[in-house]
Design a protein around this ligand. Structure first.
Ligand code: UDP
Length: 323
C-alpha cells in the first residue's frame, strides 16, 4: 500500500516507517521537523517537510501522492506541556488533524490510523482498562485526542472515512537504528537511561504518594516495534474501530528505575519531587480486543527487552540524532 505517514520523522513514526518499508509498503513521510529529525527518516521513504497548519500544501501533497492510507502520528503529546499551553494542543491535534482529513476527502483517501492515547480515559475506575472505559480526560493532551476521535467518527459517517484509533499506552524501547530523542526530554525511560549514561545527575520521581503499592505512578510500557506492528495490521481493516495498544502489565516508576540499574549495571540516583499536574496514578491496558480482532501480539515488550533495546540505542547514539 502507498501510505502517507504524518510525524514519520518522530520517535514512534520513524520506527513504524522502518517496519512499513520492511513489510513491502511504500511510504511518504510528512513532518514539520519540530520534534522529528530528518535523519530518523528511513532513506527509502519519500520526505515532505510541511506543517499540518498548511492546508494548501497538505491538499497539494495528497493530490500529488494519492496515498491509499494515512497513518497520523504528527501531534503534540506531552501531558505537562498541555497543562501549561492548551492552545497549541488544540491547534495542532484538532485543527491540524481536520486539515489532514479534508485533504484525504478531497484526494479520495479513506483509511486513517490515528495515534490516540490512554490519556483519553483520564483516571479509570479500574485497571486494566478496556476500550469501553469511559473517556474522561484530565488534561488537554488527552482531551485534544478524544475530540479528534469524535471528529473521526463524524467523518466516517459523513464522508466514508475509515478510522482506526489506536490508544497507545507508554511507547518505549528502540530499534537498532531508531530511538527516542526529544529536544527537551520529559519521558521516564530516556531520562533514566541518560542518567545511567552520566548525562544527567539524577532522575526526578514525580510523586511517591500516589494510590499505588509503592506510591509511584504505574504505566504500561509497550515496545515501539510492537506498537508499529499494530499499525501495520490495522491497515488491513475496512471498518472503523478503536483499540488499546498495551501489554496488560504495569510497572511503577520505582520498578523501572530498579530494572534499569540491572540492565545498565550503573548507579541511577533518584530525587523525589512533587507529583506532576495531570498525571493519573495508574494506566494499564486490557488489549485483548487488538489481539482478538487483529491477531496482534506484543513480542518485544518485556520491561527487560524495552530497557535493553533503548540502552543499546542511547549508547550507540549518545547525542541522539544530533551526531
Ligand atoms: N516520570 C517521572 N520522572 C521523569 C519522567 C516521568 O517520575 O523524569 C513519571 C511520570 O510522572 C509518569 C511516568 O513516569 O507517572 C511516565 O511518564 P512519561 O512522561 O514517560 O509518560 P506519560 O505517562 O506522561 O505519557
Amino acid at each position: 500500500m502507498k501510505v502517507l505517514v504524518t510525524g514519520g520523522a518522530g520517535y514512534i513514526g520513524s520506527v513504524c516507517v522502518e517496519e512499513l518499508l520492511g513489510t513491502g509498503h511504500e511510504v511518504v513521510v510528512w513532518d514539520n521537523l519540530s520534534e522529528g529529525h530528518r535523519s530518523a527518516v528511513h532513506p527509502r521513504a519519500a520526505f515532505l517537510q510541511g506543517d499540518l497548519a498548511d492546508r494548501d500544501l497538505l491538499f497539494r501533497a495528497a493530490l500529488e501522492h494519492r496515498p491509499e492510507a494515512v497513518i497520523h502520528f504528527a501531534g503534540k503529546a506531552l501531558v505537562p506541556e498541555s497543562m501549561r499551553d492548551p492552545s497549541t494542543y488544540y491547534r495542532v491535534n484538532v485543527s491540524g488533524g481536520i486539515n489532514l482529513l479534508d485533504a484525504m476527502v478531497q484526494s479520495g483517501c479513506r483509511k486513517i490510523i490515528f495515534s490516540s492515547t490512554c490519556a483519553t480515559y483520564g483516571i479509570p475506575e479500574k485497571v486494566p482498562m478496556d476500550e469501553s472505559t469511559p473517556q474522561k480526560p484530565i488534561n488537554p493532551y488527552g482531551h485534544s485526542k478524544l475530540v479528534f476521535e469524535q471528529i473521526l467518527a463524524w467523518y466516517a459517517q459523513i464522508h466514508g472515512i475509515i478510522p482506526t484509533c489506536l490508544r497507545y499506552f507508554n511507547a518505549s524501547g528502540a530499534s537498532a537504528e531508531r530511538g527516542e530523542h526529544h529536544r527537551v526530554e520529559t519521558h521516564l525511560i530516556p531520562n533514566v537511561l541518560l542518567t545511567a549514561l552520566g548525562q544527567r545527575p539524577q532522575v526526578d520521581i514525580f510523586g511517591d504518594k500516589h494510590a499505588t503499592p509503592d506510591g509511584t505512578c504505574i504505566r504500561d510500557y509497550i515496545h515501539v516495534r510492537d506498537l508499529a506492528s499494530a499499525h501495520i495490521l490495522a491497515l488491513q481493516r475496512d471498518k472503523p474501530g478503536a483499540f488499546n495498544v498495551g501489554t496488560g502489565n504495569g510497572h511503577s516508576v520505582q520498578q523501572v528505575v530498579e530494572a534499569a540499574k540491572k540492565v545498565t549495571q550503573k548507579n541511577i540516583p533518584v530525587r523525589m519531587q512533587p507529583a506532576r499536574a495531570g498525571d493519573p496514578p495508574a494506566l494499564v491496558a486490557a488489549a485483548n480486543k487488538l489481539q482478538r480482532e487483529l491477531g496482534w501480539k506484543p513480542v518485544h515488550s518485556s520491561l527487560e527487552e524495552i530497557l535493553t533495546s533503548a540502552w543499546c540505542w542511547h549508547q550507540t547514539h549518545p547525542r541522539g540524532y544530533s551526531d
